[in-house]
Design a protein. Structure first.
Length: 436
């Protein structure tokens, strides 16, 4: 028996002797507080009720009675409140109860349950260590609660060990048996999911991970790992939106989970949401400014954001990145003819000029091996685009010849004379060419 408990028991006996010699409310109040310190809520209430025969309207007694009854009700009904999802409210009230009733084993056990249920499993694990020292390692209820806290904290092997220990003391103890079954099932699903992932069976892995996530919502560390694993499987399948949702779920369970943060950044990159990825890593970098790897990732994402924001010249010409020089030239000639502004109606000419300019710009970059290579590696092409480009602004001479022939039918008559591509019609506005 703890020394403080011995002192409280002596104090209770002294109060009762004093009351027998001289009945007074103060002796009942002192006795009630000693009972409360031991966690004997009902005995504390009875001591106060005894004083009411002397002074039924005593304000202090009435106030203490109300307080003690509320404490007793919470300790008795707390488990049901936790199951109803009110663990945070239970925890808020338990702190003051344990402070006033430090000897209440029931209040401390309830605190373990509430901490685990509210996602504070690591705190529950720490407190359970002290409780096992106070009440003995053979207290199967506390051993089981510690196992459940370890389970919720993602320490499944340790949880399994504690739950087995509880069942060795009492093979029929249902809370330990139920929890052990759940632990084994979660471990099995995790192992099966990992095996499927390694074998390239990503759909099966997703199925196993999804089932594992339904088993224990309070096991944040474990669920964070499983959600991150499912994210990886979905990334393999190119399911980037679903993978991003899984990365977010993993981070919701554990905001400092670096693997989930990295996978989230990769998903954002694949979805071309570079600004979000940069913002995320810059936030991490502010917390860890000396992290060279984070700094490198921020720099790389910014570079990729710049790449994504600029024009896709392959897309403009409608060719693959692996297209040969002849394929690029062929696509360019076709588009140069199709997009020439003078073929467009007046109200669409401005848009046609833009397209025509993009086509010429794309060809200028991709037809030159050096600028094409710089484009493919993400180099800055602004200086390249500023250089050269006089005359036809990079337009292929054959394509230019075809455009002139298309508009002039191989050479129009008239007073233009001397034009290298044939005679121009005399007089009015003439033909406008927009290269560049």
């Amino acid at each position: 028996m703890a020394p403080c408990m011995v002192i409280d028991l002596h104090h209770i006996n002294d109060c009762r002797k004093a009351f027998s010699l001289s009945p007074a409310v103060k002796f009942c109040v002192r006795e009630s507080k000693a009972h409360l310190a031991l966690g004997k809520f009902e005995d504390a209430i009875k001591a106060l009720q005894t004083s009411q025969a002397i002074d039924p309207r005593n304000d202090e007694v009435q106030s203490l009675l109300t307080e003690y009854k509320r404490m007793n009700a919470l300790v008795n009904e707390g488990s049901a409140l936790i199951l109803a999802g009110k663990s945070a409210a239970v925890l808020a009230r338990l702190s003051s109860i344990i402070e006033k009733a430090p000897g209440s084993r029931a209040a401390k056990v309830l605190q373990l349950q509430a901490l685990t249920a509210s996602g504070r499993a690591s705190e529950a694990v720490q407190k359970s260590t002290q409780l096992l020292m106070d009440y003995g390692s053979d207290d199967i209820e506390i051993v089981t609660l510690r196992g459940q806290a370890l389970f919720a904290n993602g320490e499944l092997e340790k949880a399994q060990s504690h739950l087995r220990q509880a069942l060795q003391h009492d093979p029929d103890y249902a809370p330990a048996a139920t929890s052990l079954k759940a632990v084994r099932r979660m471990l099995r699903l995790k192992d099966e999911g990992n095996a499927a992932f390694k074998a390239g069976n990503n759909e099966e892995a997703i199925e196993k991970y999804s089932e594992a996530l339904t088993l224990n919502p309070s096991s944040k560390t474990f669920n964070s790992t499983i959600a991150c694993n499912r994210c990886a499987a979905r990334m393999k399948l190119g399911q980037w939106e679903a993978a991003l949702a899984d990365a977010d779920l993993a981070i919701e369970f554990d905001e400092n989970y670096s693997k989930a943060l990295n996978r989230r950044a990769e998903c954002l990159k694949q979805l071309e949401r570079f600004d979000e990825a940069v913002h995320m890593f810059e936030g991490m970098l502010r917390k860890d400014p000396r992290n060279a790897d984070l700094r490198r990732k921020v720099s790389e994402l910014k570079r990729q954001a710049k790449l994504a924001a600029r024009k896709d010249y392959y897309k403009i010409l409608g060719v693959e990145k692996s297209a040969s020089d002849s394929e690029i030239k062929k696509a360019y000639r076709k588009l140069a003819l199709q997009t020439h502004p003078d073929k467009a109606p007046e109200d669409q000419r401005e848009e046609a000029e833009k397209k025509f300019k993009d086509v010429n710009e794309a060809y200028k970059v991709l037809s030159d091996p050096k600028t094409r290579q710089r484009h493919d590696t993400g180099a800055d092409l602004e200086e390249d685009m500023m250089g050269g480009g006089g005359g036809f602004g990079g337009m292929d001479a054959d394509a230019a010849q075809q455009i002139f022939q298309m508009f002039m039918g191989g050479g129009m008559g008239g007073g233009g004379g001397g034009h290298p591509f044939g005679g121009m019609g005399g007089g009015g506005g003439g033909m406008r060419f927009h290269f560049g």
